[in-house]
Design a protein around this ligand. Structure first.
Ligand SMILES: Cc1cc2nc3c(=O)[nH]c(=O)nc-3n(C[C@H](O)[C@H](O)[C@H](O)COP(=O)(O)OP(=O)(O)OC[C@H]3O[C@@H](n4cnc5c(N)ncnc54)[C@H](O)[C@@H]3O)c2cc1C
Length: 558
């Protein structure tokens, strides 16, 4: 064990983050960020909440409804520059991050993208974990001369309609039913998607100014225990986390453990040679050895991919590109094509309409219903639709919707499956391999890590999701926070994706700051990573392009 691991084990940390994926990174970056502004202007709800929270320490520029980039200085005079005072002193909580996959940020995410050969993200540019700037990814890509790695999402943005056209469209819609909101041309700049390399490099870049490298311990967390009083008998509570490299202690915990447990897979071990869940592709080659052998011998191969989501489409494409002769793509629902895994009405600027309905829902049961409607099962994006159609035209792919696999028998001798479906698929041959791209289920009752906490401090759950406090805590007395998919009942349907990562980081940090108090960074650190240079850079960018700086600019801590 290294000295740093040794020291870390004996220390009581302010925060332990379990999981070094995008959600874990968003939390760590936000805890170390001195000028968070990535969220405030893009969602009015958060803006309002933030102003409410800071109004005593903040003086506002009276704008009479106009946007302004001016702030009040010490004497109440207007000033054109964002303040570099007060807010610039970063909080230096002691943080340790545990990850069972690796000791570097987002290693599992990167491995998955590599395994599935994903070249571009599905989400738009403003979905990223950096709390400093909503448009940070776009700005960074431009500053690095990597504009070409941002690919336009065609068909998302529609030209702004004239008043007359809007009227006639509205009339038509009464006849045809609602068609959902389109995004107007002015927001076009947002609807590009980054290449995988660009996104990963940007995230790596976020870890540097906030000094997040070196926080991660490569260790699997197996159980979380909480005592309301610490060993000195002081209230406030102390967590002990059992890990594969010893116990860790902290005053608060943030769970950022990802999307849950694979669903729909075969439980018989001897069958695992002929099937896998999509998440297993992290540990094995895309093609099983027996399939690869047949391809090498130029024999015919047949595989089934089950699932109608994005991952299923990626696996279909991967198999065909690697030489599988024919693929049967089977899904129990319809074949749905959407730009994002959520409807645009949950992604674009209009999302606040839906989000306010979500927050105002009377019960968590209602929220769950809204989550299910918003996700509406798996979907693929238009570019993968084009890829799949091309494979179909070449006779390599057959798609069966509203179809279920009802039995599958593994023949160990021929190493093939005999598969029956409902409704039956005519002439389905012996199948060499089955991929289950059937998603994951987030259920706290199936997480051994949470067993001790559930036993001692039970929490109500709905469909396995914890009913957290509004601050995303386990309960008011247990400062165990959960982000990502587990936080869906508080964050809405975007919780499990990159946008949710940033929103939850914001909310959790507010609560953590209340609990732990503000801790001021040493002056050198504060000046280094909160330099006026960085603020000037943001200011310049705000002058040259439409950028979300209003909140930071409009507020000045006195
Ligand atoms: C193929 C694919 C493509 C996707 N593309 C997009 C996209 O383009 N845009 C988008 O917004 N979303 C996308 N998503 C959704 C994506 O999963 C989330 O955006 C993101 O991964 C969620 O981050 P996370 O940190 O919650 O989980 P993860 O990325 O899964 O990270 C969780 C981390 O926790 C660690 N961990 C888990 N349990 C333990 C434990 N007990 N002890 C220690 N460490 C533990 C894991 O090792 C892992 O590193 C995609 C998902 C998939 C599967």
């Amino acid at each position: 064990m290294s000295t740093s691991e040794d020291q870390s084990i004996n220390q009581v940390h302010d925060v332990i983050i379990i999981g070094a994926g995008p959600c874990g990174l968003a939390i760590a970056a936000r805890l170390r960020e001195t000028t968070p502004s990535a969220l405030f202007t893009d969602a009015e709800h958060q803006r309002y909440h933030w102003i409410q929270k800071h109004k005593r320490r903040t003086r506002m520029v009276p704008t009479k409804g106009r946007a302004t980039n001016k702030v009040l200085d010490d004497h109440g005079e207007r000033n054109n520059r964002p303040s570099t005072l007060g807010n610039c002193e970063g909080t230096q909580y002691s943080i340790v991050v545990l990850d069972s996959f690796s000791d570097s940020w987002m290693a599992k995410w990167k491995a998955l993208f590599r395994a599935l050969e994903i070249r571009n993200l599905r989400s738009p540019l403003f979905f990223h974990p950096d709390p400093a700037d909503r448009d940070g990814l776009k700005g960074w890509a431009n500053s690095q001369g990597r504009e070409r790695e941002m690919v336009e999402l065609k068909g998302v943005v529609s030209k702004e309609l004239s008043k007359h056209r809007v009227k006639s469209e509205r009339k038509k819609r009464v006849m045809q039913g609602p068609r959902g909101k389109s995004i107007d041309e002015r927001d076009k700049q947002d609807y590009f998607t980054p290449s995988t390399g660009l996104f990963n490099d940007f995230c790596l870049n976020c870890t540097e100014p906030n000094k997040l490298n070196g926080l991660i311990l490569h260790a699997h967390a197996s159980a979380i225990h909480f005592n309301k009083e610490d060993s000195n008998g002081e209230m406030g509570g102390l967590f002990t986390v059992e890990t594969s490299s010893g116990n860790q202690h902290a005053r608060s915990i943030v769970l950022a453990v990802g999307t849950g447990i694979p669903t729909g897979i075969s439980s018989k071990e001897e069958e695992s040679i002929g099937s896998c869940h999509s998440s297993d592709l992290l540990k094995q080659n895309a093609l099983a050895p027996q399939v690869q052998q047949k391809i090498n011998a130029k024999a015919d191969t047949a595989v089934i991919v089950i699932g109608g989501g994005f991952t299923s489409a990626q696996i279909v494409d991967l198999c065909i590109c690697e030489g599988v002769s024919r693929v049967w793509h089977i899904m129990r629902g319809h074949f749905k094509v959407k730009h994002f895994d959520l409807d645009l009405s949950w992604v674009a600027k209009y999302k606040n309409v839906n989000m306010s309905a979500f927050w105002m829902a009377g019960t968590d049961e209602e929220r769950l219903e809204m989550l299910q409607t918003a996700r509406n099962g798996g979907s693929i994006n238009p570019s993968y639709k084009a890829i799949l159609y091309a494979h179909e035209r070449r006779g390599r792919l057959r798609r069966y919707t509203q179809t279920r696999v009802i039995t599958k028998d593994w023949d160990a001798k021929s190493k093939t499956w005999k598969v029956m479906t409902e409704p039956p698929i005519p002439n389905l041959p012996a199948i060499d391999y089955i991929y289950f791209a059937t998603g994951t289920s987030a259920d706290v009752h199936n997480m051994p890590l949470l067993e001790p906490s559930l036993k001692r401090y039970p929490i109500p759950t709905i469909s396995g999701l914890p009913c957290q406090t509004d601050d995303m805590q386990w309960s008011s007395e247990v400062p165990l926070f959960a982000t990502g998919r587990l936080a869906e009942l508080r964050l809405g349907p975007g919780a499990a994706n990159l946008e949710g990562a940033r929103v939850s980081a914001e909310r959790i940090t507010w609560r953590l700051q209340e609990r732990l108090g503000q801790r001021v960074a040493d002056k050198d650190d504060a000046t280094r990573y909160c330099s006026a240079e960085r603020l000037n850079d943001l200011q310049e960018r705000s002058n040259s392009e439409w950028i979300h700086l209003n909140m930071y600019n409009a507020l000045y801590e006195v």
